[in-house]
Ligand binder design. Structure first.
Ligand code: ACO
Length: 434
């Protein structure tokens, strides 16, 4: 029996049941209720996973009250200031930061797998030009599994590693292709002499007609966006990837499922929605109209939310939002956009919301997406591409989480239970005349 236990008593005559409590290294311990159904014939009920840990994980830890985010034990602030995105990919994938030799090998491996299969070009032509890039990306990544029939066996560690390298390396190429297709420009092949982020910028913004020089400030800003979005515990898209891969499907298809989930405005779509909100508010009168807008947000009949505010776990300032705000200053300063009206509006709106009792009492603070939209727009990334950039960043988190699940000795196919509240057994009555 575990050192600590929890006992559940019932008022309906069911005998009490005792459960072990497992200790977490930091954060809440967990009551292991796996035997509940066998012992009591009852399920727990927790829609939205408000109090349920779906797995044990060693990858990412969030302390929502402190506003702390750790990847493999390292604070996000440390990583954002001292590492690049590929270092963070290595950390998430293998558990430790790379040594200089490991770093060189890993970077070279990624940079030499950046080209997408040439056949993808023909596949792309089936999409409408005005399709949302997330629709295109979900399709493209799903299709990638068809291009790599050797990636089918998720239980083979070599297959998983090869798929990981392919996904990390090729996602920027696919995202850039989705963008170039939508604006009718030729695809730019990757340039393996550039950094990961530099390559993304080049594939998005270069044309074959002109020399393209990567702006180091924008390169660093994009790299930071990627680091800040690389993983985030058991969020909706990560849980989707885990659940999808738990059936034994191939890893690339499971990542496509994560991309589809990320698209939603309550999740990865929030930065696009946030920028659209700021643009609309600006068009309606900007700072002058903040009071009216906040009243609409607070009106429970309006269903309007202050996008980029609030988080299921962070009930204090999102640490990623602080870093993004800093990057926002750096990028706008570099581009001479310090007086950008949207940025000014965002800062004023943030200040007013943070002083408003509605937001204070509900512990609603800016999340990373509040500023990442402004940074991306300044870099030149159009709003409809924001979530695709997020997907590109989060791919490494999804892969690391998938690997962790598949190699967990207690791994089982994910199969939530339910409380059925529909019709009881009934039978079809013969139709008159039959
Ligand atoms: N604006 C206004 N009110 C809000 C907001 C918001 N952005 N977020 C939460 N609330 C209110 C709710 O209406 C609710 O009020 P009530 O208690 O009076 O009913 C209360 O705060 C609690 O909100 P829930 O929706 O229950 O909180 P939950 O943890 O389920 O939701 C979520 C978190 C979905 C992120 C929510 O805060 C939201 O919709 N935010 C805007 C979208 C957004 O920015 N998403 C990005 C998330 S971060 C990411 O994916 C990287």
């Amino acid at each position: 029996m575990a050192d600590k236990t929890a006992t559940l008593t019932f008022s309906d005559g069911t005998p009490e049941v005792t459960f072990p409590i497992h200790q977490s290294s930091i954060g809440p311990d967990v009551v292991d209720i796996r035997t509940l159904y066998g012992k009591s014939g009852k399920f727990t009920f927790d829609p939205g996973f408000m109090s349920t840990a779906s797995c044990a994980s060693t990858i990412t830890y969030i302390d929502g009250d402190k506003g702390e985010l750790l990847y493999r034990g390292y604070p996000i602030d440390d990583l954002a200031r001292n590492c690049n995105y590929l270092d963070v990919c290595y950390l998430l994938l293998y558990g430790d930061l790379p040594t200089p030799a490991e770093r060189q090998r890993f970077d070279s491996l990624i940079l030499h797998h950046t080209m997408a299969h040439e056949q993808i070009h023909f596949f792309m032509r089936g999409f409408r030009r005005d399709a949302h890039p997330m629709a295109v990306l979900t399709g493209l990544v799903g299709a990638m599994s068809a291009f790599y029939p050797d990636s089918m066996n998720v239980h083979d560690p070599k297959v998983r590693e090869t798929s990981a390298i392919r996904l990390i390396a090729k996602l920027p190429t696919l995202v850039a292709m989705a963008y170039k297709y939508s604006i009718g420009e030729p695809y730019m092949y990757p340039d393996n002499t550039l950094s990961y982020a530099g390559n993304v910028l080049r594939m998005l913004f270069a044309t074959p007609c002109e020399q393209f020089v990567v702006n180091p400030v924008l390169e660093r800003a994009l790299d930071r966006i990627l680091i800040l979005h690389a993983d985030h515990e058991q969020n909706a898209s990560t849980s989707t990837v885990r659940l999808c891969a738990s059936s034994g499907t191939n890893p690339i298809a499971a990542i496509a499922a994560g991309i589809a989930c990320l698209w939603g405005p309550a999740h990865g779509g929030a930065n696009e929605a946030c920028l659209n909100m700021l643009t609309q508010l600006q068009a309606q009168g900007g700072v002058e109209k903040i009071g009216e807008f906040i009243s609409q947000v607070k009106d429970k009949t309006s269903s309007i939310r202050l996008m980029g505010f609030g988080h299921r776990v962070y009930k204090n300032y999102d640490p990623r939002a602080k870093l993004m705000r800093e990057t926002c200053h750096e990028v706008l300063g570099n581009l001479g956009l310090q007086n950008d009206p949207l940025f000014k509006l965002a800062m004023k709106l943030e200040q007013i919301a943070l002083e408003d009792d509605y937001f204070i009492s509900r512990k609603l603070y800016p999340n990373v997406d509040y500023y990442s939209g402004i940074v991306q727009k300044a870099i030149g990334i159009p709003p409809q591409l924001f979530t695709a950039i997020f997907a590109l960043a989060r791919t490494i988190g999804w892969i690391a989480q998938l690997n962790e699940m598949i190699t967990d000795p207690e791994y089982k196919i994910g199969r939530p239970r339910q409380s059925y509240v529909g019709e009881k057994l009934r039978h079809v009555k013969p139709y008159a005349g039959n």
